[in-house]
Design a protein. Structure first.
Length: 165
C-alpha cells in the first residue's frame, strides 16, 4: 500500500508539473493559434469592416472574416487559458479586430492598437517576438507573429499571452 501511494503521488506530481509547464508556453500556444488560423485558409485583406467604431481593413483566413469573430481566440483561451488576439494592419498601426483580451471595463479590447514597443518593432520587420509585455495595462509573457498574405506583405499580427503572476 505504501509503494502504491508513493507511485500515485509521484505520478500526480509529474502530471501536475507537465500541465503547469504546458499551461504557460507562449511559443507552443502561438503555434496552435497560427495553425488553427492557417487550417481555415490563407490570410488576405478584402474590403473594410467597422470594429469598435473604427473602419479598418477586413482580414480573412480563407472565406472566414476574422474581424469581430471570436471563435478562434476563445478556443485558444479554452485550450490554453491564454489571451489571444488577431490584429489587422491599418497604415502604420496594428488594430485588434478579434481578441479575448479585456479592457479595464471588462469589454473585449477590439479597436485598440498594438503598443509601439519591442513587439511592434519586430512584427513590423516581419519577425516574431516573445517576451514580457504590457497589454492594455497588464503585464504578460507573450508571443507575437506577423501575418503575411500570399505575396509576403505583412497584413496583420497574431498574439498570445499569459498574465504574469
Amino acid at each position: 500500500m505504501t509503494i502504491f501511494r508513493i507511485i500515485l503521488g509521484a505520478t500526480l506530481l509529474a502530471t501536475a508539473n507537465l500541465v503547469a509547464a504546458q499551461a504557460v508556453d507562449p511559443k507552443a500556444t502561438i503555434a496552435d493559434l497560427d495553425a488553427r488560423l492557417t487550417k481555415i485558409g490563407s490570410p488576405k485583406i478584402e474590403g473594410t469592416e467597422e470594429t469598435a467604431g473604427k473602419t479598418v481593413p477586413a482580414i480573412y483566413f480563407g472565406a472566414r472574416k476574422i474581424n469581430n469573430n471570436y471563435d478562434v481566440v476563445d478556443a485558444i483561451r479554452k485550450a490554453h487559458n491564454a489571451t489571444a488576439t488577431v490584429f489587422v494592419k491599418d497604415g502604420d498601426e496594428f488594430v485588434r479586430v478579434s481578441t479575448n483580451v479585456l479592457t479595464p471595463e471588462g469589454k473585449r479590447g477590439v479597436g485598440t492598437t498594438l503598443a509601439r514597443a519591442k513587439a511592434y518593432e519586430a512584427v513590423s520587420k516581419g519577425q516574431g517576438f516573445c517576451g514580457d509585455v504590457d497589454v492594455l495595462g497588464t503585464p504578460f509573457t507573450a508571443c507575437y507573429n506577423p501575418v503575411k498574405d500570399d505575396k509576403g506583405a505583412i497584413i496583420g499580427v497574431t498574439y498570445v499571452g499569459f498574465k504574469k503572476t
